[in-house]
Ligand binder design. Sequence first.
Ligand code: WT7
Length: 583
Amino acid sequence: MSNIGSYEHHLEDFDSEIAKRELDWKEGELLNIGHMCSDRICQRGHGDRTALIWEGFGDKSARYTFNDLRVLSNGFAKFIRDDLGVGVGERVCIFMDKIPSLYLSFVGVLKAGAVAQPLFSAFGDESLEVRLKSAGTTAILTTQKHVKKVRKILDRLPDLRHVVVVEGNPDKLKEAERFFDVEAAPRVEEFDSFRADPESRSVIHYTSGTTGQPKGAQHVHNSIWSQALTAKWVLDLKEDDVYWCTADPGWVTGTSYGIIGPWALGVTQAVLDSGFIAARWYRFLQDHKVTVWYSAPTAIRSLMREGEEVVREHDLSALRHLASVGEPLNAEAVIWSEKVFDGKAFHDTFWQTETGSMMICNYPGMPIKPGSMGKPFPGITGAVLDLKTHEPVTEPGKVGLIAFRPGWPAMFRIYWNQEDVYRSKFVGQTDGRTPDELRTADDLWYVSGDRASIDKDGYYWFVGRDDDVINTGGHLVGPFEIESALIEHEAIAEAAAVGKPDPVNMEVVKAIVTLNPGYEPSGDLELSIMNFIRKTLSPLAMPQEIEFKDKLPKTRSGKILRRYLRALEWGEDVGDLSTLEED
Ligand code: WT7
Protein backbone atom coordinates (compact mmCIF):
# COMPACT_ATOMS: atom_id res chain seq x y z
CA MET A 1 0.00 0.00 0.00
CA SER A 2 1.39 3.40 -0.95
CA ASN A 3 1.62 6.21 1.62
CA ILE A 4 -0.75 8.45 -0.28
CA GLY A 5 -3.43 5.80 -0.62
CA SER A 6 -5.96 7.53 -2.79
CA TYR A 7 -5.00 10.79 -4.50
CA GLU A 8 -8.66 11.65 -5.09
CA HIS A 9 -9.47 11.09 -1.44
CA HIS A 10 -6.80 13.60 -0.36
CA LEU A 11 -8.12 16.20 -2.77
CA GLU A 12 -11.26 16.14 -0.63
CA ASP A 13 -9.88 15.83 2.89
CA PHE A 14 -6.74 17.96 2.61
CA ASP A 15 -6.14 20.56 5.30
CA SER A 16 -3.15 22.67 6.27
CA GLU A 17 -2.39 20.61 9.39
CA ILE A 18 -2.14 17.29 7.60
CA ALA A 19 1.67 17.37 7.30
CA LYS A 20 2.03 17.93 11.05
CA ARG A 21 -0.23 14.97 11.74
CA GLU A 22 1.69 12.79 9.27
CA LEU A 23 4.91 13.67 11.10
CA ASP A 24 3.23 13.33 14.49
CA TRP A 25 4.42 16.84 15.37
CA LYS A 26 2.72 18.72 18.21
CA GLU A 27 2.39 22.47 18.61
CA GLY A 28 5.14 23.69 20.93
CA GLU A 29 7.75 21.26 19.58
CA LEU A 30 10.86 22.92 18.21
CA LEU A 31 10.52 24.00 14.59
CA ASN A 32 13.97 24.03 13.02
CA ILE A 33 14.75 22.04 9.92
CA GLY A 34 18.20 21.08 11.23
CA HIS A 35 16.81 19.83 14.51
CA MET A 36 13.89 18.03 12.89
CA CYS A 37 16.19 16.20 10.46
CA SER A 38 18.47 14.87 13.19
CA ASP A 39 17.68 15.37 16.91
CA ARG A 40 13.98 14.70 16.48
CA ILE A 41 14.65 11.42 14.66
CA CYS A 42 16.96 10.35 17.52
CA GLN A 43 14.42 11.40 20.16
CA ARG A 44 11.95 9.09 18.48
CA GLY A 45 14.27 6.15 19.00
CA HIS A 46 15.96 5.95 15.60
CA GLY A 47 19.42 7.27 16.48
CA ASP A 48 21.05 4.04 15.33
CA ARG A 49 19.40 4.03 11.94
CA THR A 50 21.68 4.92 9.01
CA ALA A 51 21.11 8.49 7.89
CA LEU A 52 23.74 8.69 5.14
CA ILE A 53 25.47 6.09 3.01
CA TRP A 54 28.17 7.88 1.05
CA GLU A 55 30.52 6.89 -1.77
CA GLY A 56 33.01 9.10 -3.54
CA PHE A 57 35.59 8.78 -6.28
CA GLY A 58 37.89 5.78 -5.96
CA ASP A 59 36.85 3.48 -3.15
CA LYS A 60 36.03 6.20 -0.68
CA SER A 61 32.97 5.49 1.40
CA ALA A 62 31.40 6.46 4.71
CA ARG A 63 28.29 5.81 6.74
CA TYR A 64 26.58 7.94 9.37
CA THR A 65 23.71 7.12 11.70
CA PHE A 66 21.12 9.70 12.69
CA ASN A 67 22.99 10.02 15.96
CA ASP A 68 26.21 10.79 14.05
CA LEU A 69 24.30 13.30 11.98
CA ARG A 70 22.99 14.87 15.19
CA VAL A 71 26.34 15.29 16.94
CA LEU A 72 28.36 16.19 13.86
CA SER A 73 25.85 18.81 12.72
CA ASN A 74 25.93 20.10 16.29
CA GLY A 75 29.69 20.43 15.80
CA PHE A 76 29.19 22.60 12.73
CA ALA A 77 26.43 24.59 14.43
CA LYS A 78 28.57 25.31 17.49
CA PHE A 79 31.56 26.28 15.37
CA ILE A 80 29.46 28.63 13.25
CA ARG A 81 27.65 30.24 16.17
CA ASP A 82 30.30 30.27 18.90
CA ASP A 83 33.66 30.29 17.11
CA LEU A 84 32.79 32.36 14.05
CA GLY A 85 30.09 34.40 15.74
CA VAL A 86 27.73 34.15 12.78
CA GLY A 87 24.36 35.61 13.75
CA VAL A 88 20.80 34.50 13.07
CA GLY A 89 19.79 35.09 9.45
CA GLU A 90 23.33 35.65 8.16
CA ARG A 91 24.14 33.77 4.97
CA VAL A 92 26.63 30.90 5.13
CA CYS A 93 27.65 29.56 1.77
CA ILE A 94 28.37 25.84 1.42
CA PHE A 95 30.70 25.40 -1.54
CA MET A 96 31.98 21.86 -1.90
CA ASP A 97 31.52 18.60 -3.76
CA LYS A 98 28.90 16.14 -2.52
CA ILE A 99 31.09 15.10 0.41
CA PRO A 100 29.61 14.19 3.80
CA SER A 101 30.54 17.60 5.25
CA LEU A 102 28.18 19.25 2.79
CA TYR A 103 25.23 17.39 4.32
CA LEU A 104 26.44 17.70 7.92
CA SER A 105 27.17 21.41 7.62
CA PHE A 106 23.86 22.15 5.91
CA VAL A 107 22.02 20.71 8.90
CA GLY A 108 24.42 22.53 11.24
CA VAL A 109 23.97 25.93 9.59
CA LEU A 110 20.20 25.64 10.03
CA LYS A 111 20.55 24.59 13.66
CA ALA A 112 22.64 27.71 14.28
CA GLY A 113 19.85 29.86 12.82
CA ALA A 114 21.94 31.04 9.87
CA VAL A 115 20.78 30.82 6.25
CA ALA A 116 22.30 28.02 4.20
CA GLN A 117 23.42 29.09 0.71
CA PRO A 118 24.59 25.97 -1.10
CA LEU A 119 26.38 26.63 -4.39
CA PHE A 120 27.44 24.12 -7.03
CA SER A 121 31.15 23.37 -6.59
CA ALA A 122 31.81 23.49 -10.34
CA PHE A 123 31.03 27.21 -10.38
CA GLY A 124 33.98 29.33 -11.38
CA ASP A 125 35.07 32.35 -9.39
CA GLU A 126 32.82 34.80 -11.22
CA SER A 127 29.65 32.74 -10.83
CA LEU A 128 30.53 32.45 -7.17
CA GLU A 129 31.25 36.13 -6.77
CA VAL A 130 27.92 37.26 -8.22
CA ARG A 131 25.98 35.05 -5.82
CA LEU A 132 28.02 35.81 -2.70
CA LYS A 133 27.85 39.52 -3.41
CA SER A 134 24.11 39.43 -3.98
CA ALA A 135 23.42 37.56 -0.75
CA GLY A 136 25.90 39.59 1.33
CA THR A 137 27.27 36.24 2.49
CA THR A 138 29.36 36.44 5.67
CA ALA A 139 30.94 32.99 5.78
CA ILE A 140 31.86 30.33 3.26
CA LEU A 141 32.55 26.69 4.00
CA THR A 142 34.65 25.05 1.32
CA THR A 143 37.47 22.57 0.72
CA GLN A 144 41.10 22.87 -0.24
CA LYS A 145 40.11 21.78 -3.74
CA HIS A 146 37.84 24.80 -4.22
CA VAL A 147 39.25 27.48 -1.91
CA LYS A 148 41.43 28.97 -4.68
CA LYS A 149 38.32 30.35 -6.35
CA VAL A 150 37.31 32.06 -3.10
CA ARG A 151 40.78 33.60 -2.69
CA LYS A 152 40.55 35.18 -6.12
CA ILE A 153 37.41 37.15 -5.28
CA LEU A 154 37.81 37.78 -1.57
CA ASP A 155 39.02 41.36 -2.01
CA ARG A 156 35.82 42.25 -3.78
CA LEU A 157 33.55 40.79 -1.10
CA PRO A 158 33.66 43.07 1.94
CA ASP A 159 30.88 41.16 3.75
CA LEU A 160 32.68 37.84 3.56
CA ARG A 161 34.38 37.66 6.95
CA HIS A 162 35.12 33.95 7.25
CA VAL A 163 36.66 31.46 4.87
CA VAL A 164 36.54 27.98 6.36
CA VAL A 165 38.20 24.93 4.85
CA VAL A 166 36.56 21.69 5.97
CA GLU A 167 38.66 19.17 4.06
CA GLY A 168 42.28 19.12 2.91
CA ASN A 169 45.64 19.93 4.38
CA PRO A 170 45.49 22.59 7.13
CA ASP A 171 49.10 23.57 6.41
CA LYS A 172 48.10 24.79 2.98
CA LEU A 173 45.79 27.50 4.27
CA LYS A 174 46.30 31.23 4.01
CA GLU A 175 46.56 33.21 7.17
CA ALA A 176 43.01 34.46 7.53
CA GLU A 177 41.46 31.09 6.68
CA ARG A 178 40.14 28.70 9.31
CA PHE A 179 40.30 24.93 9.23
CA PHE A 180 37.47 22.89 10.67
CA ASP A 181 37.44 19.15 10.19
CA VAL A 182 34.21 17.99 11.75
CA GLU A 183 35.45 14.41 12.08
CA ALA A 184 38.50 15.49 14.05
CA ALA A 185 36.59 17.96 16.24
CA PRO A 186 35.08 16.80 19.53
CA ARG A 187 31.58 15.37 19.11
CA VAL A 188 29.11 17.91 20.39
CA GLU A 189 26.38 16.07 22.29
CA GLU A 190 24.23 19.06 23.16
CA PHE A 191 23.42 22.09 21.09
CA ASP A 192 20.63 24.52 21.71
CA SER A 193 19.22 24.88 18.20
CA PHE A 194 17.82 28.20 17.08
CA ARG A 195 14.11 28.39 17.92
CA ALA A 196 12.85 29.19 14.47
CA ASP A 197 9.64 30.96 13.79
CA PRO A 198 7.78 29.41 10.84
CA GLU A 199 8.87 32.48 8.85
CA SER A 200 12.55 32.38 9.90
CA ARG A 201 14.83 32.22 6.87
CA SER A 202 16.40 28.86 6.16
CA VAL A 203 17.86 28.32 2.68
CA ILE A 204 18.63 30.59 -0.26
CA HIS A 205 18.96 29.15 -3.76
CA TYR A 206 20.05 31.14 -6.79
CA THR A 207 18.17 30.63 -10.03
CA SER A 208 18.56 32.12 -13.49
CA GLY A 209 16.04 34.36 -15.21
CA THR A 210 15.90 35.95 -18.65
CA THR A 211 17.24 39.29 -17.59
CA GLY A 212 19.72 40.40 -14.99
CA GLN A 213 21.91 38.34 -12.74
CA PRO A 214 20.69 35.18 -10.97
CA LYS A 215 18.05 35.75 -8.33
CA GLY A 216 18.19 34.45 -4.76
CA ALA A 217 14.97 32.62 -3.88
CA GLN A 218 14.60 32.84 -0.10
CA HIS A 219 12.98 29.97 1.78
CA VAL A 220 11.91 29.62 5.42
CA HIS A 221 11.84 26.89 8.09
CA ASN A 222 8.12 26.35 7.54
CA SER A 223 8.96 24.81 4.14
CA ILE A 224 9.58 21.50 5.88
CA TRP A 225 5.86 20.71 5.92
CA SER A 226 5.54 20.76 2.15
CA GLN A 227 8.86 19.00 1.65
CA ALA A 228 8.19 16.20 4.12
CA LEU A 229 4.62 15.59 2.97
CA THR A 230 5.52 15.45 -0.72
CA ALA A 231 8.48 13.19 0.10
CA LYS A 232 6.05 10.91 1.88
CA TRP A 233 3.22 10.90 -0.64
CA VAL A 234 4.99 11.39 -3.97
CA LEU A 235 8.30 9.63 -3.36
CA ASP A 236 6.41 7.18 -1.14
CA LEU A 237 9.26 7.15 1.41
CA LYS A 238 8.91 4.73 4.31
CA GLU A 239 11.10 4.18 7.34
CA ASP A 240 12.98 1.17 5.95
CA ASP A 241 13.71 2.65 2.54
CA VAL A 242 17.13 3.35 1.10
CA TYR A 243 16.61 6.44 -0.98
CA TRP A 244 18.88 7.99 -3.60
CA CYS A 245 18.38 11.51 -4.89
CA THR A 246 20.97 12.07 -7.61
CA ALA A 247 20.76 15.89 -7.48
CA ASP A 248 23.49 18.15 -6.15
CA PRO A 249 22.40 20.34 -3.20
CA GLY A 250 23.64 23.33 -5.19
CA TRP A 251 20.15 23.05 -6.67
CA VAL A 252 16.86 22.94 -4.88
CA THR A 253 16.17 19.28 -5.64
CA GLY A 254 19.32 18.40 -3.74
CA THR A 255 18.16 20.22 -0.59
CA SER A 256 14.35 19.81 -0.62
CA TYR A 257 14.57 16.11 -1.56
CA GLY A 258 18.28 15.33 -1.09
CA ILE A 259 18.32 16.50 2.54
CA ILE A 260 15.20 17.96 4.14
CA GLY A 261 12.17 15.90 3.07
CA PRO A 262 13.72 12.44 3.47
CA TRP A 263 15.59 13.15 6.72
CA ALA A 264 12.53 14.79 8.26
CA LEU A 265 10.94 11.37 7.73
CA GLY A 266 13.96 9.56 9.21
CA VAL A 267 14.79 7.83 5.92
CA THR A 268 18.26 6.52 4.96
CA GLN A 269 19.78 8.45 2.07
CA ALA A 270 22.48 7.21 -0.28
CA VAL A 271 24.78 9.74 -1.98
CA LEU A 272 27.21 9.03 -4.80
CA ASP A 273 29.79 11.72 -5.38
CA SER A 274 31.18 10.69 -8.73
CA GLY A 275 30.46 11.66 -12.29
CA PHE A 276 27.97 9.94 -14.52
CA ILE A 277 28.95 6.40 -15.55
CA ALA A 278 26.01 4.08 -16.16
CA ALA A 279 27.64 0.95 -14.74
CA ARG A 280 28.76 2.87 -11.66
CA TRP A 281 25.23 4.11 -11.06
CA TYR A 282 23.72 0.65 -11.41
CA ARG A 283 26.35 -0.81 -9.10
CA PHE A 284 25.51 1.84 -6.53
CA LEU A 285 21.80 0.98 -6.77
CA GLN A 286 22.63 -2.70 -6.43
CA ASP A 287 25.21 -2.52 -3.63
CA HIS A 288 23.07 -0.39 -1.35
CA LYS A 289 19.78 -2.02 -2.28
CA VAL A 290 18.32 1.34 -3.17
CA THR A 291 14.54 1.18 -3.02
CA VAL A 292 13.47 4.68 -4.08
CA TRP A 293 15.31 6.67 -6.72
CA TYR A 294 14.76 10.34 -7.66
CA SER A 295 16.64 11.46 -10.74
CA ALA A 296 16.43 13.64 -13.82
CA PRO A 297 15.48 13.16 -17.48
CA THR A 298 18.97 13.87 -18.84
CA ALA A 299 20.39 11.16 -16.60
CA ILE A 300 17.63 8.78 -17.65
CA ARG A 301 18.22 9.50 -21.35
CA SER A 302 21.95 8.94 -20.79
CA LEU A 303 21.16 5.58 -19.20
CA MET A 304 18.93 4.72 -22.15
CA ARG A 305 21.84 5.32 -24.50
CA GLU A 306 23.91 2.75 -22.62
CA GLY A 307 21.28 0.12 -23.30
CA GLU A 308 19.61 -2.69 -21.39
CA GLU A 309 22.49 -5.13 -21.20
CA VAL A 310 24.24 -3.21 -18.43
CA VAL A 311 20.97 -3.01 -16.47
CA ARG A 312 20.60 -6.79 -16.60
CA GLU A 313 24.14 -7.28 -15.31
CA HIS A 314 23.02 -5.82 -11.98
CA ASP A 315 20.59 -6.98 -9.34
CA LEU A 316 18.19 -4.08 -8.98
CA SER A 317 15.42 -6.10 -7.39
CA ALA A 318 15.29 -3.81 -4.33
CA LEU A 319 14.04 -0.88 -6.44
CA ARG A 320 10.38 -0.18 -5.90
CA HIS A 321 9.70 3.43 -6.88
CA LEU A 322 11.25 5.84 -9.40
CA ALA A 323 10.66 9.56 -9.90
CA SER A 324 12.11 12.34 -12.00
CA VAL A 325 12.28 16.15 -12.11
CA GLY A 326 13.86 19.09 -13.84
CA GLU A 327 12.96 18.98 -17.52
CA PRO A 328 10.43 17.30 -19.75
CA LEU A 329 10.42 13.54 -19.23
CA ASN A 330 9.61 12.22 -22.67
CA ALA A 331 7.16 9.35 -23.08
CA GLU A 332 9.91 7.09 -24.52
CA ALA A 333 11.90 7.43 -21.29
CA VAL A 334 8.89 6.45 -19.20
CA ILE A 335 8.15 3.44 -21.38
CA TRP A 336 11.82 2.42 -21.45
CA SER A 337 12.13 2.56 -17.67
CA GLU A 338 9.01 0.48 -17.20
CA LYS A 339 10.47 -2.14 -19.51
CA VAL A 340 14.00 -2.36 -18.12
CA PHE A 341 13.22 -1.84 -14.43
CA ASP A 342 10.75 -4.64 -14.24
CA GLY A 343 7.49 -2.74 -14.51
CA LYS A 344 8.67 0.34 -12.59
CA ALA A 345 8.28 3.56 -14.53
CA PHE A 346 9.79 6.94 -13.72
CA HIS A 347 7.11 9.18 -12.23
CA ASP A 348 7.52 12.73 -13.52
CA THR A 349 7.23 15.63 -11.07
CA PHE A 350 7.16 19.34 -11.87
CA TRP A 351 8.26 22.14 -9.58
CA GLN A 352 10.81 24.96 -9.30
CA THR A 353 13.36 26.62 -7.06
CA GLU A 354 10.64 29.14 -6.23
CA THR A 355 8.00 26.58 -5.31
CA GLY A 356 10.40 24.79 -2.93
CA SER A 357 8.41 21.57 -3.16
CA MET A 358 6.69 19.42 -5.78
CA MET A 359 3.64 20.95 -7.44
CA ILE A 360 2.43 18.72 -10.27
CA CYS A 361 3.16 15.03 -9.93
CA ASN A 362 2.48 11.47 -10.87
CA TYR A 363 1.49 9.58 -7.72
CA PRO A 364 2.02 5.97 -6.75
CA GLY A 365 -1.15 4.16 -7.72
CA MET A 366 -2.41 6.79 -10.15
CA PRO A 367 -2.18 5.68 -13.80
CA ILE A 368 0.69 7.38 -15.65
CA LYS A 369 0.06 8.91 -19.03
CA PRO A 370 3.61 8.77 -20.44
CA GLY A 371 4.77 12.30 -21.28
CA SER A 372 2.42 13.99 -18.81
CA MET A 373 3.62 15.68 -15.60
CA GLY A 374 0.57 14.44 -13.71
CA LYS A 375 -1.78 16.45 -11.50
CA PRO A 376 -1.44 19.13 -8.80
CA PHE A 377 -0.48 17.95 -5.32
CA PRO A 378 -3.42 17.85 -2.88
CA GLY A 379 -3.88 21.28 -1.31
CA ILE A 380 -2.34 23.00 -4.33
CA THR A 381 -4.67 24.85 -6.68
CA GLY A 382 -3.13 24.73 -10.12
CA ALA A 383 -4.32 26.22 -13.38
CA VAL A 384 -3.26 27.05 -16.88
CA LEU A 385 -3.91 30.72 -17.58
CA ASP A 386 -4.83 32.16 -20.92
CA LEU A 387 -1.73 33.72 -22.49
CA LYS A 388 -3.46 37.07 -22.98
CA THR A 389 -6.31 37.43 -20.49
CA HIS A 390 -4.63 35.50 -17.64
CA GLU A 391 -7.98 33.84 -16.90
CA PRO A 392 -7.88 30.09 -16.17
CA VAL A 393 -8.30 28.08 -19.35
CA THR A 394 -11.25 25.71 -19.17
CA GLU A 395 -10.91 24.11 -22.58
CA PRO A 396 -8.98 20.80 -22.50
CA GLY A 397 -5.78 20.87 -24.51
CA LYS A 398 -5.53 24.64 -24.79
CA VAL A 399 -2.05 25.95 -24.03
CA GLY A 400 -1.51 28.58 -21.34
CA LEU A 401 0.71 29.57 -18.42
CA ILE A 402 1.18 27.19 -15.51
CA ALA A 403 0.05 29.03 -12.38
CA PHE A 404 -0.68 28.27 -8.74
CA ARG A 405 -2.64 29.97 -5.98
CA PRO A 406 0.14 31.21 -3.68
CA GLY A 407 0.65 30.36 -0.03
CA TRP A 408 1.81 26.75 0.40
CA PRO A 409 4.48 26.43 3.14
CA ALA A 410 7.52 25.87 0.90
CA MET A 411 6.82 28.73 -1.47
CA PHE A 412 9.73 31.19 -1.69
CA ARG A 413 9.26 34.39 0.33
CA ILE A 414 11.17 36.86 -1.83
CA TYR A 415 13.92 37.21 -4.39
CA TRP A 416 16.72 38.56 -2.26
CA ASN A 417 16.90 42.35 -2.70
CA GLN A 418 14.64 42.18 -5.76
CA GLU A 419 11.11 42.80 -4.56
CA ASP A 420 10.00 44.09 -7.95
CA VAL A 421 11.02 40.93 -9.72
CA TYR A 422 9.25 38.90 -7.01
CA ARG A 423 6.14 41.00 -7.52
CA SER A 424 6.26 40.45 -11.27
CA LYS A 425 5.72 36.70 -10.74
CA PHE A 426 2.11 37.32 -9.65
CA VAL A 427 -0.87 38.18 -11.82
CA GLY A 428 -3.98 39.94 -10.54
CA GLN A 429 -4.36 42.99 -8.35
CA THR A 430 -0.83 43.27 -6.95
CA ASP A 431 -0.60 47.03 -6.39
CA GLY A 432 -0.18 48.20 -2.83
CA ARG A 433 0.26 44.69 -1.46
CA THR A 434 3.31 43.72 0.59
CA PRO A 435 5.32 40.63 -0.39
CA ASP A 436 3.59 38.74 2.41
CA GLU A 437 0.16 39.86 1.25
CA LEU A 438 0.99 38.70 -2.26
CA ARG A 439 2.00 35.31 -0.98
CA THR A 440 -1.13 34.79 1.07
CA ALA A 441 -3.66 36.32 -1.34
CA ASP A 442 -6.39 33.98 -2.55
CA ASP A 443 -7.27 36.09 -5.57
CA LEU A 444 -3.82 36.11 -7.20
CA TRP A 445 -1.90 33.59 -9.23
CA TYR A 446 1.80 32.81 -8.94
CA VAL A 447 2.98 32.30 -12.53
CA SER A 448 5.72 29.74 -13.04
CA GLY A 449 7.10 30.93 -16.37
CA ASP A 450 6.20 27.67 -18.14
CA ARG A 451 3.51 26.75 -20.63
CA ALA A 452 1.33 23.67 -20.53
CA SER A 453 -2.10 22.34 -21.33
CA ILE A 454 -4.50 20.27 -19.21
CA ASP A 455 -6.34 17.33 -20.77
CA LYS A 456 -9.93 16.25 -20.11
CA ASP A 457 -8.80 14.02 -17.24
CA GLY A 458 -6.95 16.82 -15.48
CA TYR A 459 -3.42 15.72 -16.47
CA TYR A 460 -0.89 18.49 -17.21
CA TRP A 461 1.25 18.37 -20.36
CA PHE A 462 4.38 20.51 -20.49
CA VAL A 463 4.83 22.63 -23.61
CA GLY A 464 7.88 24.80 -22.93
CA ARG A 465 9.17 27.84 -21.11
CA ASP A 466 7.34 31.10 -21.52
CA ASP A 467 10.61 33.03 -21.41
CA ASP A 468 14.07 32.76 -22.97
CA VAL A 469 15.64 30.75 -20.16
CA ILE A 470 17.53 27.72 -21.49
CA ASN A 471 17.06 24.39 -19.69
CA THR A 472 20.13 22.31 -20.48
CA GLY A 473 20.25 18.93 -18.82
CA GLY A 474 17.86 20.14 -16.14
CA HIS A 475 19.85 23.27 -15.35
CA LEU A 476 18.42 26.66 -16.02
CA VAL A 477 20.78 29.04 -17.74
CA GLY A 478 19.95 32.70 -18.24
CA PRO A 479 20.81 33.95 -21.74
CA PHE A 480 21.80 37.29 -20.24
CA GLU A 481 24.70 35.74 -18.28
CA ILE A 482 26.08 34.12 -21.42
CA GLU A 483 25.58 37.18 -23.60
CA SER A 484 27.25 39.43 -21.01
CA ALA A 485 30.27 37.15 -20.97
CA LEU A 486 30.42 37.06 -24.77
CA ILE A 487 30.29 40.79 -25.36
CA GLU A 488 33.23 41.29 -23.03
CA HIS A 489 35.35 39.72 -25.77
CA GLU A 490 37.02 42.37 -27.93
CA ALA A 491 35.83 40.86 -31.21
CA ILE A 492 32.14 40.62 -30.33
CA ALA A 493 29.68 43.40 -31.04
CA GLU A 494 26.37 41.73 -30.18
CA ALA A 495 25.40 38.33 -28.89
CA ALA A 496 22.33 36.15 -28.40
CA ALA A 497 22.20 32.86 -26.52
CA VAL A 498 19.45 30.37 -27.28
CA GLY A 499 18.73 26.68 -26.72
CA LYS A 500 19.12 24.27 -29.62
CA PRO A 501 17.83 20.69 -29.67
CA ASP A 502 20.00 17.92 -28.23
CA PRO A 503 19.08 14.24 -27.92
CA VAL A 504 20.35 13.80 -24.34
CA ASN A 505 20.33 17.24 -22.69
CA MET A 506 17.08 18.21 -24.43
CA GLU A 507 18.69 21.50 -25.29
CA VAL A 508 22.22 22.90 -25.30
CA VAL A 509 23.38 26.49 -25.47
CA LYS A 510 24.13 28.03 -28.84
CA ALA A 511 25.59 31.52 -29.20
CA ILE A 512 24.91 33.71 -32.19
CA VAL A 513 27.18 36.74 -32.48
CA THR A 514 28.07 39.69 -34.68
CA LEU A 515 31.64 40.97 -34.85
CA ASN A 516 33.24 44.36 -34.41
CA PRO A 517 34.85 45.99 -37.48
CA GLY A 518 38.21 44.50 -38.25
CA TYR A 519 37.31 40.95 -37.14
CA GLU A 520 36.50 38.03 -39.43
CA PRO A 521 34.80 34.75 -38.48
CA SER A 522 37.25 31.85 -38.13
CA GLY A 523 37.84 28.66 -36.21
CA ASP A 524 40.63 30.38 -34.29
CA LEU A 525 38.37 33.22 -33.29
CA GLU A 526 35.72 30.75 -32.10
CA LEU A 527 38.36 29.02 -29.99
CA SER A 528 39.57 32.30 -28.58
CA ILE A 529 36.01 33.27 -27.62
CA MET A 530 35.35 29.88 -26.03
CA ASN A 531 38.52 30.09 -23.95
CA PHE A 532 37.65 33.61 -22.94
CA ILE A 533 34.13 32.88 -21.69
CA ARG A 534 35.15 29.62 -20.03
CA LYS A 535 36.78 31.76 -17.34
CA THR A 536 33.50 33.42 -16.51
CA LEU A 537 30.79 30.88 -17.12
CA SER A 538 30.02 27.71 -15.26
CA PRO A 539 30.64 24.59 -17.38
CA LEU A 540 26.89 24.09 -17.66
CA ALA A 541 26.34 27.46 -19.30
CA MET A 542 29.06 27.05 -21.94
CA PRO A 543 27.80 27.26 -25.53
CA GLN A 544 28.34 24.14 -27.63
CA GLU A 545 28.54 26.24 -30.74
CA ILE A 546 29.11 29.83 -31.84
CA GLU A 547 27.57 31.05 -35.06
CA PHE A 548 28.80 34.27 -36.69
CA LYS A 549 26.19 36.46 -38.37
CA ASP A 550 26.27 39.86 -40.08
CA LYS A 551 23.38 41.09 -38.02
CA LEU A 552 20.90 39.87 -35.41
CA PRO A 553 17.12 40.17 -35.70
CA LYS A 554 15.74 42.87 -33.42
CA THR A 555 12.47 44.33 -32.18
CA ARG A 556 11.52 47.85 -33.17
CA SER A 557 12.93 49.07 -29.89
CA GLY A 558 16.21 47.30 -30.56
CA LYS A 559 15.94 44.20 -28.35
CA ILE A 560 17.44 41.08 -29.84
CA LEU A 561 14.75 38.60 -30.88
CA ARG A 562 15.91 35.49 -29.11
CA ARG A 563 12.57 33.79 -29.68
CA TYR A 564 12.98 34.06 -33.42
CA LEU A 565 16.53 32.71 -33.31
CA ARG A 566 15.39 29.86 -31.08
CA ALA A 567 12.54 28.95 -33.44
CA LEU A 568 15.07 28.73 -36.28
CA GLU A 569 17.15 26.27 -34.28
CA TRP A 570 14.12 24.11 -33.55
CA GLY A 571 12.89 24.23 -37.14
CA GLU A 572 9.66 25.75 -35.87
CA ASP A 573 7.38 27.95 -37.84
CA VAL A 574 8.52 31.42 -36.94
CA GLY A 575 5.10 32.73 -37.87
CA ASP A 576 4.40 36.33 -38.41
CA LEU A 577 7.54 38.27 -37.59
CA SER A 578 5.52 41.37 -36.80
CA THR A 579 4.08 39.75 -33.66
CA LEU A 580 7.55 38.72 -32.59
CA GLU A 581 8.70 42.25 -33.01
CA GLU A 582 6.46 43.54 -30.26
CA ASP A 583 8.26 44.03 -26.97
C1 WT7 B 1 12.14 24.79 -14.22
C2 WT7 B 1 12.53 24.97 -12.77
C3 WT7 B 1 12.64 21.94 -9.05
C4 WT7 B 1 13.51 21.01 -9.50
C5 WT7 B 1 14.56 21.30 -10.47
C6 WT7 B 1 14.51 22.51 -11.31
C7 WT7 B 1 11.62 23.03 -15.62
C8 WT7 B 1 11.07 21.30 -13.83
C9 WT7 B 1 9.94 19.86 -14.99
C10 WT7 B 1 9.18 18.79 -15.54
C11 WT7 B 1 9.25 19.90 -17.62
C12 WT7 B 1 10.32 20.91 -15.85
C13 WT7 B 1 10.58 24.12 -15.78
C14 WT7 B 1 10.66 24.83 -14.45
N1 WT7 B 1 11.02 21.79 -15.10
N2 WT7 B 1 10.42 20.14 -13.76
N3 WT7 B 1 8.80 17.75 -14.79
N4 WT7 B 1 8.87 18.86 -16.86
N5 WT7 B 1 9.98 20.93 -17.15
O1 WT7 B 1 14.37 23.70 -10.59
O2 WT7 B 1 16.13 25.11 -11.63
O3 WT7 B 1 14.10 26.17 -10.55
O4 WT7 B 1 13.91 24.91 -12.70
O5 WT7 B 1 12.57 23.52 -14.69
O6 WT7 B 1 10.96 24.96 -16.82
O7 WT7 B 1 10.19 26.15 -14.46
P1 WT7 B 1 14.68 25.04 -11.33
